[in-house]
Design a protein around this ligand. Structure first.
Ligand code: ZN
Ligand code: ZN
Length: 274
């Protein structure tokens, strides 16, 4: 079976990504209302009752808002590390004991046919992680909500078929914008969010590690817009003689619309099977 991936929504207001190998139907983060997530799943032909798991990156509301509701409504296990559970459990409401599942940061775990690697990222949450999600030879990485991209992250995403990467804000827009000074400082800090420019620089390093497809995600509603994120990243790549479309393909996850459904053929030893 091929692996399908789709971002149901991504912005500073709500994040939710869908992955399936045809047998398992997973959400990575559930930061919209339960009803919104259900409707978006239906839009891509998935019955919400088919969901087999919800995996949470960190406890911020734009990543967990609908997790509790969906878990109760469809009896779905929620996976998070202990630190995230500690601060999330009061926010998601009562969850059946058997649906409270834990993983350890930096330790691979099996989730049905998927192998998930939750790797450490730098963000102002208890124990935030990015994900490398492997199934049938396909590897998809989700890297949002982080202050910087270091060598360990580049190592985790090396060779990925698709990287969903934060391109949160335009630094100038943020600096002159109406956010209070303390919030601006937090966003720009090492435990904040990646700017468009930093996303571009990170993509350069990812290209060197054979990443061919990147989706820009988690755009700020206040301090960014899709064309600006795209053009800024494109100009960073161009300055470094990388040509879009040839060396890497780039798209953008929508804030409130379902994004492109990516489909990856099953691979054995790196070779796609017909
Ligand atoms: Zn977020
Ligand atoms: Zn966050």
């Amino acid at each position: 079976m091929s692996v399908k991936f789709c971002t149901l929504a991504s912005s500073s207001k709500g994040n939710c990504h869908f992955v399936s190998d045809g047998d398992n139907y997973l959400l990575f983060d559930a930061g919209l209302s339960g009803v919104k997530i259900q409707n978006k799943l239906i839009r891509i032909g998935i019955n919400p009752e088919q969901l087999t798991g919800i995996v949470i990156s960190h406890e911020h509301n734009d990543h967990i808002q609908g997790a509790g509701v969906l878990s109760r409504r469809f009896d779905i296990p929620i996976y998070a590390n202990e630190g995230t559970w500690d601060v999330m459990k009061n926010k998601v409401g009562e969850i059946k004991l058997e649906n409270i599942r834990s993983f350890a940061t930096e330790k691979l775990f099996e989730l049905n046919n998927f192998i998930v690697n939750p790797f450490r990222i730098s963000h102002d949450a208890r124990d935030p992680v990015g994900f490398a999600i492997g199934s049938n030879g396909t590897n998809i990485c989700i890297v949002t909500d982080l202050g910087y991209v270091d060598e360990s992250i580049i190592k985790h995403v090396a060779g990925a078929d698709l990287v969903v990467l934060e391109s949160n804000h335009d630094e100038e827009m943020l600096k002159v914008g109406r956010y209070p000074y303390s919030l601006k400082r937090r966003i720009l800090s090492e435990i904040g969010h990646l700017s468009n420019e930093s996303a571009g620089v990170a993509i350069l390093k990812m290209i060197e590690k054979n990443v061919k497809k990147v989706t820009l995600a988690h755009l700020s509603e206040e301090n960014n817009f899709p064309e600006l994120a795209y053009e800024t990243v494109k100009s960073v790549l161009k300055r470094n003689n990388v040509s879009l479309g040839q060396d890497v393909s780039l798209d953008i996850a929508y804030r409130d619309k379902v994004s492109k459904v990516h489909e990856f053929e099953r691979k054995l030893f790196g070779v796609a099977l017909a």
